[in-house]
Ligand binder design. Structure first.
Ligand SMILES: Cc1cc2nc3c(=O)[nH]c(=O)nc-3n(C[C@H](O)[C@H](O)[C@H](O)COP(=O)(O)O)c2cc1C
Length: 323
């Protein structure tokens, strides 16, 4: 069993917050394959304060979608307090604060990874959140702002001092974005310095890489992000591998096609046909990654506008047998 504050979790496999991806249908799908805790994508405290329609949709959840984490991003105390008030009427289990987002527009406002440059401010904001949150509070950081300012340990200690219940760390600095090597050493240093659980993030693309993250850093849990795109099976694959080194065979074309249809249908139910199909475009590419001769299908999939068009493409994809 794994605990974050008073929240008891059956495993330490967590679906990362991912903008444009970790919505209710996707979370439910990954939970079926062993994801324990799922996160809604980051939500700006201003949007929450103004109760924007799009924000409400992002916060959609259901009884099966638990335990659930909400992640907020922002840097102004007034809006953070207002956002916490709004969240009072929502169902969730963990509140995460984003000090990791590398996007320029976000950092320019002093939010996300920009807070790594000012651990004191991070500490102050987290104290405010911890004081006013009814749920355990966590924080997500990176290793630092850039390669010349790796300060994850300082940011992590400042977070722990503020009373957070766990810390997520993406083992890259802000300058690296999503590429370049994961700095396992920096995560290890953070783990050694803290007494709260530390959850590692970065390149958890396979059971082997999941094990590497745990072995090289000593971290307590894993945040799966891009590894789950088009591969919701990754959670059961990691679980089996960590338990007894068992390698679960990758799903064949039929199984992939079945899940694609289910995923697309749930998108159409959740959004509407036009938005559901459009949102599914990128998933078609992810699900079919590595499958030989799939390119023409992918090009067609990106042009599909209706459920029937997409179904037809998935039907022809199913006929491919040479995986
Ligand atoms: C499409 C996408 C959207 C993301 N959105 C968020 C987000 O909303 N909040 C956050 O903290 N991290 C976000 N991330 C970062 C991931 O949570 C994760 O830390 C990062 O991708 C590193 O893990 P990976 O190398 O296994 O993908 C996002 C990543 C991707 C690929």
């Amino acid at each position: 069993m794994f605990k974050i504050g008073k929240l008891k979790l059956r495993s330490n496999l967590i679906l990362a917050p991912m903008a444009g991806v970790s919505d209710l249908p996707f979370r439910l799908l990954t939970r079926r394959f062993g994801c324990e805790l799922g996160f809604i994508e980051m939500i700006n405290v201003r949007s929450l304060s103004y109760k924007m329609k799009k924000t409400k949709k992002m916060l959609s959840t259901s009884a099966e979608d638990r335990p659930l984490g909400i992640q907020i991003i922002g840097c102004e105390e007034e809006f953070i307090s207002r956002a916490l008030n709004v969240l009072g009427s929502y169902e969730y289990d963990i509140l995460d604060f984003n000090a990791a987002c590398p996007v320029k527009k976000v950092a320019r406002r002093g939010e996300g990874a920009a807070l790594l440059k000012d651990p004191e401010k991070l500490n102050k904001l987290l104290k405010l959140i911890v004081k006013n949150s009814t749920k355990p509070v966590t924080v997500k950081i990176r290793t630092g702002w850039d390669s010349s300012s790796i300060n994850a340990k300082d940011a992590a200690l400042a977070s722990q001092d503020a009373g957070v219940s766990a810390l997520f760390i993406h083992g890259r600095n802000r300058e690296q974005g999503y590429s370049g090597e994961v700095d396992y050493g920096a995560i290890k240093d953070v783990k050694k310095a803290l007494s709260i659980p530390v959850i590692g993030s970065g390149d958890v693309f396979s059971p082997e890489l999941a094990k590497r993250m745990l072995d090289e850093t000593g971290c307590d849990g894993l945040l799966v992000a891009r590894g789950a795109l088009g591969n919701p099976w990754i959670f059961e694959q990691i679980k089996a591998f960590l338990k007894n080194k068992k390698i679960i065979k990758k799903p064949g074309i039929d199984e992939i096609a079945d899940i694609m249809i289910e995923h697309m249908n749930s998108y159409i139910d959740f959004y509407d046909e036009a938005h559901g199909v459009r949102r599914f475009h990128k998933f078609f590419a992810w699900y079919t990654k590595g499958v030989p001769s799939v390119r023409p299908f992918r090009e067609k999939a990106f042009r599909a506008r209706t459920k029937e068009e997409m179904l037809e493409i998935i039907r022809s994809f199913r006929k491919l047998t040479n995986v």
